[in-house]
Design a protein around this ligand. Sequence first.
Ligand SMILES: CC(C)(COP(=O)(O)OP(=O)(O)OC[C@H]1O[C@@H](n2cnc3c(N)ncnc32)[C@H](O)[C@@H]1OP(=O)(O)O)[C@@H](O)C(=O)NCCC(=O)NCCS
Length: 166
Amino acid sequence: MPLQPCRPEPALSFVNEIPEHGPAIEALLNRAFGPGRFAKVSERVREFAAFAPELSFCALEGGRLVGVVRMWRVMAGDQPIVFLGPLAVDEDARKHGLGAELVERACAAAEAAGEAAVLLVGDLPFFQRVGFEVASGVTLPGPVDPRRVLVRARPSLGLAGSLHAR
Ligand SMILES: CC(C)(COP(=O)(O)OP(=O)(O)OC[C@H]1O[C@@H](n2cnc3c(N)ncnc32)[C@H](O)[C@@H]1OP(=O)(O)O)[C@@H](O)C(=O)NCCC(=O)NCCS
C-alpha cells in the first residue's frame, strides 16, 4: 500500500484580538450561537461595557480562527470587574480543551491586570471546571436564570448590586 504523505497538524496559537479578526469572529459567533445571539442578556451588558481587547483572545490554527473569548470592563455595584463573553470554539475544534484554555487565558490576563473578578452568564457544569461558581447578589440588565450567573473572584470578594458602566 502506498504511504500517505505526512501532513503535520497546523500549530495552534493564541493572540489578543485585533480589529482584523472582526469578520472571522462574527462568522464564528453566528455559526456557534445562531440568530438568537443578539437577544441574550449578555448583549445588553456589552452595550454599556468597555471592550478590553488586551484581555480578549483568538485561537488560530494555521491562520484560521477556531476560537474566541471576549472580555469587557464593567462595574458590579461599586466593584470594578470584567464580564466574559462570548466564548465560542468552532465545531470541528471542540472537545480538545480549547474552550477551557481560552477561558483560562482570559482570566489569567484579567488577574495580571489587577482585576478582582470575572463574571459571565453560562452553564455551571462547563465553567466550574475553570474555577467559576454561582454569583448571588449581582443583577443583570434583563431576566436571567440566577444559576447561570457565574463568577471567578479573588477569595472573600463579595459582589453585590447591578451591572453598570465603569
Ligand atoms: C462551550 C464551548 C466553547 C466549549 O468549547 P470546547 O473547546 O469544546 O471546550 P473544552 O474542550 O474545554 O471542554 C469540552 C467539554 O465541555 C463540555 N461542554 C461544552 N459545552 C457545555 C455546556 N454548555 N454545558 C456543560 N458542558 C459543556 C463538553 O461536553 C465537553 O465535555 P467532556 O470533556 O466531558 O467531553 C463550545 O462547545 C462552543 O463554542 N459552544 C457553542 C457556544 C457556547 O455555548 N458558548 C458558551 C456560552 S456560555
